[in-house]
Design a protein around this ligand. Structure first.
Ligand SMILES: Nc1ncnc2c1ncn2[C@@H]1O[C@H](COP(=O)(O)OP(=O)(O)OP(=O)(O)O)[C@@H](O)[C@H]1O
Length: 278
């Protein structure tokens, strides 16, 4: 569904993406994670055809995004991190406006009502966008992004600024959009936001993909993430850390690093006890 090869993007004084490549299967929810400045927004904007990379290829549903950006955009919904709404319009008017902007012809009311229903906004159609809470504004922005029934939805930091209840509801919403057949990429630098709904994780750092892996299941994504990204807090320095960790069967220590396979890395030292967290 989404294929990226050798993608490079540069701002005037900064290479933001460097030889990025990956493939995302239809119907998956991919968490795009990485620290601040890693390149998440730039990557999403390139996928959304809002930025033009200087090298590499992006294919969306088999369509070459550089050669046919307009066709590619029909497949795409994009939620910007700093989305804007027409605050003076009602929810229904906002949705009808976006239906028209996406080229939907004829009576746009049923389409707008359908999108509102999908996002739990059916009883808010007459309310002004400017009067909605942050969580409901987020829902309206997503409804606008999916009004043309895209096959791919890209969301940049959708949980930012939401309270825990609204975040939980966003997670449910993402799962329901996935169940409707969408392929979704959601960016965040907060792992905990992504763990309830992601089927895959794409980790970017300094403009490069450092890992891309399936998680064991949406509801166990957090455990999987924890098992893949372990933070050790050492009470004191000690030798033979890998030997100590290798004795714990629950830890995913690579075979090559297990005791007796290789010498302990001189860069890592181990205490006789350590505590682990994520
Ligand atoms: N308009 C710009 N001009 C110059 N450099 C930029 C511009 N936008 C982003 N950058 C730089 O490109 C790199 C990638 O930025 P990007 O916004 O894609 O990262 P990010 O992972 O989304 O970060 P965050 O989590 O903070 O939103 C960073 O070093 C950033 O400073």
């Amino acid at each position: 569904m989404i294929e990226v090869e050798g993608l490079c993007f540069e701002y005037p004084a900064k290479r933001a993406l460097d030889q990025v490549g990956f493939r995302i299967e239809p119907g998956t929810v991919t968490a795009l994670v990485g620290p601040n400045g890693a390149g998440k927004t730039t990557l999403l904007r390139c996928l959304a055809t809002l930025e033009v990379p200087y090298a590499g290829a992006i294919r969306l549903g088999g369509i070459d995004a550089a050669a046919e950006p307009r066709t590619a955009r029909r497949l795409l919904g994009f939620l910007d991190e700093f989305f804007g709404l027409y605050d003076d319009l009602t929810v229904l008017q906002c949705l009808r406006y976006w239906a028209g902007a996406h080229g939907i012809e004829g009576d746009t009311v049923p389409v707008a009502k359908d999108a509102a229903a999908k996002l739990g906004l059916a009883d808010r159609l007459g309310e002004r966008a400017g009067s909605l809470s942050r969580g409901l504004r987020q829902r309206l922005a997503i409804a606008q992004a999916i009004i043309h029934r895209p096959r791919i939805l890209l969301m940049d930091e959708p949980a930012s600024g939401l309270d825990p209840e609204a975040r939980a509801s966003l997670a449910e919403l993402i799962l329901s959009l996935q169940a409707q057949g969408m392929t979704i990429i959601v960016s965040s630098h907060i792992l905990a936001e992504l763990e309830d709904y992601s089927s895959h994780m794409l980790i970017v750092d300094q403009g490069r993909i450092v890992d891309h892996a399936p998680l064991r299941g949406a509801h166990r994504a957090g455990q999987a993430a924890a098992s893949r990204h372990l933070r050790l807090v050492l009470a004191a320095g000690a030798d033979r850390l890998l030997d100590a960790l290798g004795e714990c069967p629950a830890l995913p220590i690579p075979r090559s690093a297990r005791p007796g396979r290789s010498s302990t890395s001189p860069a890592i030292s181990s205490p006789s006890r350590c505590c682990c967290g994520n």
